[in-house]
Ligand binder design. Structure first.
Ligand code: PLP
Length: 439
C-alpha cells in the first residue's frame, strides 16, 4: 500500500520511471508525449545531460548554504544573467523555490515598499478574475479562479478582481480589438477610483494567462494602458510570468512583447525546467533602494532561499535557452503548432477559440460555436479530455475556468521547446482523438 498522499485519491497515477526528450515513460514502459511540460515546466525536455551535469557539479562543490550567512556563486551568476536579459530597470533578483513563493514575496515586497516609503495606507491588491497566482494563501487570494478559491474563502485576504482582457468572451462586436484592449485596461482605473487609489499598492496580472483559461493573450495596447494607469496613481505593476516566462511565449520575458516593464516580475517553472525547484522575483532599482536606504531588511524569507544547487540548474537552463538559440525555435515551432491546431480544429463545432503565443497555446471548447455556450459543467469535459489523452499517451493540461458564473473547458498546450514537426503532428492527432472520445 502506498503512503504517498496523491493529488487524486480515487485515481492513483502510474509510476513515472524515466524521461527522454519530449517523452516520459512509466514503469510498464508506456510512452507519453509531454505536451504540457508538467504545466509549462519542462521547457528543455527530459534528460538534458548539460543541465544534469551542472547540477551534479554543484552538488559536488556545495549543495546548500543558508542565505542568513552566505550568498553563493551560482546565485550571484543567475542573478547577473537574469538582469542582463531583463527589460527596463529590473535590477535585483530574489531566488525562491517556486511560483507561489515568488508571488508571496512580490506581495510582501510591494507592501513593505510602501510602508518604508511612508505610505502605510497602501495595502490593497487589484488582480483579475480568471487568473492563477499560486496556492499559498496570499497568492491564492490574488488569484481569481473561483473553483480554486471557493472552499478556502474564509482564509483569503480581501483583494479586488477585475475582468481580464478576454477577447473571445468579452469583446463587443461594435469595437475594434484595440478599443476593447483600452476598455478592458480602464477597468483598473474604475476599480482604483472605487476603492480609493491611496489604499492600493499594486496591480497583478499574468501577461499570458495560463492555468485558468488556457493561453489567454491580451489585446494590443492593453498592458501599455495598464502601465500608464499604475504610474498615474502611483501603484506598482506586478507581472506574474511564472508560467509564461522563460522563453515560453517566444521572448525570454513575455512582457517584452507587450512593450511594458513591471516593477516586480515573477518567474519560476521554466527557470529550473524541472531539473530543480526554483523561482525568482525580480524588482526594480527604485524598490530595492527604498528598502536598502530604509530598514535594510526585507522582512520575508524561506529556508531554501537562493539555494545553490537550484541556482546552478537555473544558470544552466538560462544559458541553454540563450546559447542554443531556443527562443527563435519557440517562435518557429509555435507557429507550426498553431497552424496544425487551426487545420485540425478551425472548423470543429465544439472548438470556439484557438489562441496563444509561442509554444503556449490553448483551445477553448464550447457546446455551441455560434452562441459560445459552454458545456454543462456536469459533463466534466476538461477532465474527460485529460483522461482520454493520457490513455492515448498524451500529456496535456485541460482545465475548467469560470467567467460571469459560466464554466468553460480549455486545453492548455506547453510542450518542450525541442518539439519537432512529427511530434507536433502526434500531439494534434492524439488531442483530436481525446476530444472526440470526451465529447
Ligand atoms: N503563477 C502562475 C501564473 C502559475 O501558473 C503558477 C502555477 O501554475 C503559480 C503562480 C504557482 O507556481 P507554483 O506551483 O510553482 O507554486
Amino acid at each position: 500500500m502506498s503512503h504517498i498522499f496523491p493529488r487524486h485519491t480515487k485515481q492513483l497515477p502510474p509510476v513515472a520511471a524515466r524521461g527522454e526528450g519530449c517523452y516520459l515513460y512509466d514503469t510498464s514502459g508506456k510512452q507519453y508525449l509531454d505536451a504540457s511540460g508538467g504545466a509549462a515546466v519542462s521547457c528543455l525536455g527530459h534528460g538534458d545531460k548539460t543541465i544534469i551535469e551542472a547540477v551534479k557539479a554543484q552538488l559536488d562543490k556545495l549543495a546548500y548554504a543558508h542565505t542568513g550567512f552566505f550568498t553563493s556563486e551560482p546565485a550571484e551568476t543567475l542573478a547577473d544573467l537574469l538582469i542582463a536579459h531583463a527589460p527596463g530597470d529590473l535590477d535585483r533578483v530574489y531566488l525562491v523555490s517556486g511560483g507561489s513563493e515568488a508571488m508571496e514575496a512580490a506581495l510582501k515586497l510591494a507592501r513593505q515598499y510602501f510602508v518604508e516609503k511612508g505610505e502605510p495606507k497602501r495595502g490593497r491588491l487589484i488582480a483579475r478574475k480568471q487568473s492563477y497566482h499560486g496556492n499559498t494563501m496570499g497568492a491564492l487570494s490574488a488569484g481569481g479562479n473561483e473553483w480554486r478559491r471557493a472552499q478556502f474563502a474564509p482564509l483569503l485576504i480581501d483583494m479586488s478582481h477585475i475582468d481580464p482582457c478576454y477577447e473571445y468572451r468579452l469583446k463587443r462586436d461594435d469595437e475594434s480589438l484595440e478599443e476593447y484592449g483600452l476598455r478592458a485596461a480602464n477597468l483598473l482605473e474604475e476599480e482604483l477610483l472605487r476603492v480609493g487609489p491611496e489604499n492600493v499598492m499594486a496591480f497583478a496580472a499574468e501577461p499570458v494567462v495560463g492555468a485558468t483559461v488556457g493561453a489567454l493573450t491580451a489585446a494590443p495596447g492593453y498592458f501599455k494602458r495598464i502601465r500608464e494607469i499604475c504610474d498615474q496613481y502611483g501603484i506598482l505593476l506586478i507581472l506574474d510570468e511564472v508560467m509564461c516566462g522563460m522563453g515560453r511565449t517566444g521572448s525570454l520575458f513575455a512582457c517584452e512583447q507587450d512593450g511594458v516593464t513591471p516593477d516586480i516580475l515573477c518567474i519560476a517553472k521554466g527557470l529550473g525546467a524541472g531539473y530543480q525547484p526554483i523561482g525568482a522575483m525580480l524588482c526594480s532599482r527604485k524598490i530595492y533602494e527604498t528598502i536598502e536606504n530604509g530598514s535594510g531588511f526585507f522582512q520575508h524569507g524561506h529556508t531554501y532561499l537562493g539555494h545553490p544547487t537550484a541556482a546552478a540548474a537555473g544558470v544552466a537552463v538560462v544559458s541553454a535557452l540563450i546559447g542554443r538559440n531556443l527562443i527563435p525555435q519557440v517562435q518557429t515551432q509555435g507557429a507550426k503548432l498553431m497552424a496544425a491546431l487551426e487545420a485540425e480544429f478551425g472548423q470543429h463545432p465544439n472548438v470556439g477559440d484557438i489562441r496563444g503565443r509561442g509554444l503556449f497555446q490553448g483551445v477553448e471548447l464550447v457546446a455551441d460555436r455560434d452562441t459560445k455556450a459552454p458545456f454543462d459543467p456536469a459533463r466534466k469535459i476538461a477532465g474527460r479530455i485529460k483522461t482520454a489523452a493520457f490513455e492515448a499517451g498524451l500529456i496535456c493540461y485541460p482545465m475548467s475556468g469560470t467567467i460571469d458564473g459560466k464554466t468553460g473547458d480549455h486545453v492548455l498546450l506547453a510542450p518542450p521547446f525541442i518539439i519537432n514537426d512529427d511530434q507536433i503532428d502526434e500531439l494534434v492527432q492524439k488531442l483530436s482523438g481525446a476530444i472526440e472520445t470526451a465529447l
